[in-house]
Design a protein around this ligand. Structure first.
Ligand code: BGC
Length: 769
């Protein structure tokens, strides 16, 4: 754990330059706007270690699969998030010496990610080799208002000399992915144009024909006055630049404002891409840096209006939650229904793809409660649109019917290639079914079932039907050869979570079918015909529900993660020497697989999802057993433990797990933030506050709150959109205050008390002790 960032309510701040943590900072200080985003790479040259990353949503490269031993069923490619044109680049040369913070003596360094207003700022003093000192101040953002534009301002003040600045502003599409199976570059050149006014680079991917055009316009200022210096232009393949030479005067500021547009043929005609980039860039530059920035602040103020969480009395927790909400809002905005939420967002290459079960299991609740309902609906429809591909995926693996959604995908096709995950981590199908339930239960949009939901549910159910096998002597259905959410065990038999979520899917599918039959018989008929669904099949589903086998330890009554789990050597994480952690960086895979240690919530994931099915004693028993064995080496784990700990009244544990999820990247808990942030798990942090400490759930069309406040906090408050209402929930040590900010009436339960909250009404009730 590296704690070098300053605590602050609204900003992430690094004081003093920490080159040893530079790549971590590049991840943490990333910026994005749903359309594009980038790591916090420096504008000027940096020769120290750095992970360059500038990403365009939905633009990817199908990198041919490279594995040691090919197994039938493997996908042909892994979809890589693409490092694309670097539009922020500036080469800063002062009197023949290039500025490079890896070489210069740096002081007064401050880097700030202002999350309230959505920009990244940096300032420092650099002493060059001859003792010349300059002060540099930068600010940049990708616009939330003009999604295809980004802007930066870079100001230099010489502190002890008069001299000359040679500034080269460039667009560089000649970039690589660190993660490339065959060490090739993924982009080919298309066109470069450069004039005194602007410069453009157009590149296209080697496969799939994605085109991207970037245009930049630079303006120069000295002491607030615009300059019109002579511009020297240059270009080469995938690269254009404009160079100016400006006199520097001691204590006088010289600055460049660089505006860039990045457009792709996902949104525009390939043939007009260059013109579109020019147009977008010109109109952004006409607004100017200050206006673009004030629009940015307004756009972020709107985002925070529906998604902010306030924690009083604990800056560390406050900063953590805002950081998580900020990253989520910059990753996915819901406007483009072809997009999804990648595990690293715009902060790194790792994990490729864009869509994991993370979306349904973790992210959906955040977007459900903080954005327009259609955004969550779009996330479900995204999977509906991939149903055909999921059917093909199941056929490819030898199933005669049903659908298996991919573990990782960009376009519906599976692109994950580790057999124990691709073929075995099939619980992901259950999360997709569960998300439909979650959405319908939260929004009451039951029409969704007839429109899209039932088709997906039925096809997933068919997959489970074929995936289980009947064990005659025992008269039970079992599922062998699976990997549960806990990836530290592979190829196990009867993973409790997978068996349970499979049977639950069958139950919910039957319920959904009955609902459509009851409310819209015509649609029901049409669906039965379309799906060719027979009574024989649905009665088989009922039989599986009745006879599903669940591994349980008879003695203790614990749900066993899988058959034979108790036969492993049982050790607690607390018994391990610190130096072994994280296990995935210190132990061989073989040792991990043989151990009892659990990477992430598995049985507990089931207890969280299907919460109302289990009594408190059952939850307690399982939590007490699994928590000491869990290493939380998946970022998705601590939030589930935090939420359950809240329900069980384990206050300290709930808080500990909350901090771990909220500050996972800020404090680099898992020692891997340099690869990028854990964006999808950030939605889990939000869940820890709202579902955990707030105790929010929807039961029988009532919004239920069961708040508890950690001892470290004086108060906390959050906002949720619920059906057509917006509620502000404030929890102090003494009371819960719920204010209805809209005119919609809401049926609400707080603890044991029931209320009907009229429009604009506020209710207060004492906290139960
Ligand atoms: C976790 C998976 C998760 C993936 C992407 C893995 O480490 O084990 O559950 O889907 O990361 O976040």
């Amino acid at each position: 754990m590296k704690q070098y960032l300053k605590l602050d309510d609204w900003s992430v701040i690094e004081e003093d330059f920490n080159p040893e943590h530079h790549e971590i900072s590049e991840s943490v200080f990333s910026i994005g706007n749903g359309h594009m985003g980038q790591r916090a790479n420096f504008e000027e040259t940096y020769s120290g270690s750095s992970l360059q990353g500038s990403y365009m949503a939905g633009v990817y490269y199908p990198d041919k699969t490279r594995v040691g031993w090919w197994k039938n069923g493997y996908p042909e490619y892994f979809a890589k998030v693409l490092n694309s044109t670097n539009w922020i680049g500036l080469k800063v040369v002062i009197d023949n010496e290039e500025l490079d913070l890896n070489i210069a003596k740096v002081s007064d360094f401050v880097r700030e990610l202002n999350m309230k207003e959505g920009y990244l700022k940096r300032s420092f003093t650099a002493e060059l080799s001859g003792g010349k000192k300059i002060k540099v101040a930068t600010c940049r953002f990708v616009s939330m208002k003009v999604r295809e534009a980004g802007a930066l301002r870079y100001a230099i003040t010489p502190l002890n000399f008069d001299g000359e600045l040679t500034l080269t502003s460039y667009l560089d599409g000649d970039v690589k992915n660190t993660d490339a199976n065959y060490d090739e570059k993924f982009w080919d050149p298309v066109d470069e144009t450069v004039s005194n006014e602007s410069a453009t680079v157009i590149i296209k991917t080697k496969k799939l024909n994605f085109h991207m055009a970037s245009t930049m316009i630079n303006e120069y200022f000295q002491n607030g006055q615009k300059l019109t210096p002579e511009v020297k232009v240059a270009k080469r393949e995938k690269y254009t630049s404009q160079e100016v030479v400006l006199p520097l005067k001691q204590n006088e500021e010289t600055s460049v404002v660089k505006v860039a547009a990045n457009v792709t043929n996902r949104d525009h005609d390939t043939s007009s891409l260059g013109e579109v980039a020019q147009r977008v860039c010109r109109s952004a530059m006409e607004k100017g840096f200050d206006r673009l920035l004030s629009e940015q602040k307004e756009a972020w103020a709107k985002k925070w209006e529906t998604s902010d969480i306030v924690i009083e009395g604990d800056v560390s927790a406050q900063q953590g939650i805002r950081f998580n909400i900020f990253q989520l809002n910059q990753t996915y905005t819901g406007e483009d229904d072809r997009l999804n939420i990648g595990p690293k967002g715009f902060t790194g290459e790792k994990y490729g793809g864009s869509t994991y079960w993370d979306t349904e299991a973790y992210c959906l609740p955040f977007y459900l409660s903080t954005s327009d309902q259609n955004i969550a609906r779009n996330l479900l429809v995204y999977r509906y649109k991939h149903l055909e591909k999921a059917r093909e995926n199941a056929r490819k693996l030898g199933f005669t019917k049903g659908a298996l959604y991919p573990m990782v995908t960009m376009n519906g096709e599976e692109c994950h290639n580790e057999w124990e995950i691709t073929f075995e981590e099939i619980h992901r199908n259950g999360a997709i079914a569960y998300a439909i339930y979650n959405y319908v239960n939260y929004t009451a949009d039951r029409d969704y079932l007839g429109e899209y939901g039932v088709e997906v549910l039925a096809e997933i159910s068919r997959f489970w039907e074929e995936r289980v096998h009947f064990v005659n002597p025992k008269a039970v259905y079992m599922m062998h050869g699976v990997t549960g959410p806990n990836e530290y065990e592979n190829n196990v038999n009867n993973n409790w979570y997978t068996n349970r979520i499979a049977a639950w899917t069958l139950e919910y599918t039957l319920e959904a079918l009955a609902h459509v039959n009851e409310t819209d018989p015509k649609r029901y008929e049409a669906l039965i015909n379309k799906l060719d669904l027979t009574e024989e099949e649905t009665s088989k589903w009922s039989d599986i529900i009745d006879k599903m086998y669940y591994p349980v330890d008879e003695e203790s009554g614990i749900f066993l993660q899988q058959d034979g789990y108790m036969d492993k050597e049982q050790i607690h994480v607390s018994e391990l020497d610190e130096k072994h952690l994280p296990l995935n960086q210190n132990w061989s895979w073989d040792r991990i697989l043989r151990s009892c240690f659990i990477k992430q919530a598995d049985v507990l994931q089931g207890l969280y999802f299907l919460n109302s099915e289990f009594d408190i004693e059952t939850k307690k028993r399982n939590f007490d057993f699994y928590e000491p064995r869990t290493v939380h080496e998946s970022s998705l784990s601590p939030c589930v433990h935090s939420i359950l700990a809240c329900e069980l009244g384990y206050r300290e544990k709930a808080y500990e797990m909350y901090l771990r999820t909220a500050r996972l990247d800020l404090d680099n808990y898992n020692n891997d933030t340099e690869d990028g942030c854990h964006t999808t798990s950030m939605a889990g942090t939000w869940m820890s506050v709202v579902h955990g400490f707030g105790g929010l759930k929807v039961q029988s069309d009532r919004l239920v709150l069961n708040p508890f406040i950690p001892g470290q906090w004086n108060a906390f408050s959050f906002k949720v959109l619920y059906r057509k209402a917006r509620l502000n929930v404030q929890v102090t040590k003494e009371q819960v205050v719920v204010r209805n900010e809209t005119d919609e009436k809401v049926d609400l339960t707080i603890g044991e008390e029931q209320f009907t909250l009229e429009g604009k009404e506020e209710i207060r009730t004492a906290m139960k002790k």
